[in-house]
Write a protein that binds this ligand. Structure first.
Ligand code: PGA
Length: 255
């Protein structure tokens, strides 16, 4: 059985001074659940890089991981403004988002670059959560599967094994729009993604691979999404910024 992953994506929000208050409130609301005992659920917070150290200190001892939102595909050197996998690993980071559609759209990240980033993160023991997904235009033109297959193919070319890779299916039209893919629509794409992984790495690897959904996930739709056979969790933007909403989302996810 694959365990579930709930990953918050704070994007470019919050400051170090917000962290303690957020987690006090968040954990307070979940006190009745005894998160340590819920071993079928993995909780992650992908926070802006300058907040990583504070966040790690504040959640110490709690069953919560602090993840990065991106990293450089380069090992080190003259890349002003970039953050390397080794710097993150040195801070104790074990997970990172890679190729979020906002990175692809606003920072022109290509499929190849995303694959290089995934490879680099794995070299440093950081699990990549690789985001894939189609735009509304792709969907209207019936190119959804082609686009997602292309995004996956660059990874397939780079990675000899499919170990410790999480795919986040995030239809671009559902991100931050309040429009969620229906649970059925999402399941269909997740099953397609699992099939692609199976055809490259075999059924065993595909069955173990976590595939999570992102795009306007909220407390009200998390349960139905998680009931789908191939949906192994969620990547949550807007609803993860409020401790009230995110705690209620986690509560509903545990069901
Ligand atoms: P959203 O963002 O939940 O606000 O739609 C999800 C994401 O971009 O990861």
């Amino acid at each position: 059985m694959r365990s579930k992953i709930l990953a918050a994506n704070w994007k470019m929000n919050k400051k170090a001074s917000d962290i303690e208050g957020f987690f006090d409130d968040f954990f307070g609301r979940l006190a009745h659940l005894n998160l340590h005992k819920v071993d079928s659920l993995e909780l992650l917070f992908a926070v802006p890089s300058p907040l990583i150290e504070t966040a790690r200190r504040v959640v110490e001892g709690k069953p919560v991981g602090i993840a990065a939102q991106t990293l450089s595909e380069h090992e080190s050197g003259a890349f002003t403004g970039e953050i390397s996998a080794s710097m993150l690993a040195d801070l104790g980071v074990r997970d990172t988002l890679i190729g979020h559609s906002e990175r692809r759209q606003y920072f022109a990240e290509t499929n190849n670059q995303v694959a290089d980033k995934a490879e680099r993160s794995l070299m440093h023991g950081i699990r990549p959560i690789v985001c894939v997904g189609e735009t509304l235009e792709n969907r209207k033109n019936n190119e959804m599967q082609t686009i997602i297959a292309e995004q996956l193919d660059s990874l397939f070319k780079k990675l000899a094994e499919w170990e410790s890779v999480v795919v986040a299916y995030e239809p671009v039209w559902a991100i931050g729009t309040g429009v969620t893919a229906s649970a059925g629509e999402a399941q269909e794409v997740h099953s397609f993604i699992r099939g692609q992984i199976a055809s490259r790495y075999g059924v065993h690897a595909a069955n173990r691979a976590p595939i999570i959904y992102g795009g306007s996930v909220k407390p009200s739709n998390i349960s139905e999404l998680l009931q789908q056979k191939d949906i192994d969790g969620a990547l949550v933007g807007g609803a993860s910024l409020s401790p009230v909403d995110f705690a209620s989302l986690v509560t509903n996810a545990i069901g």
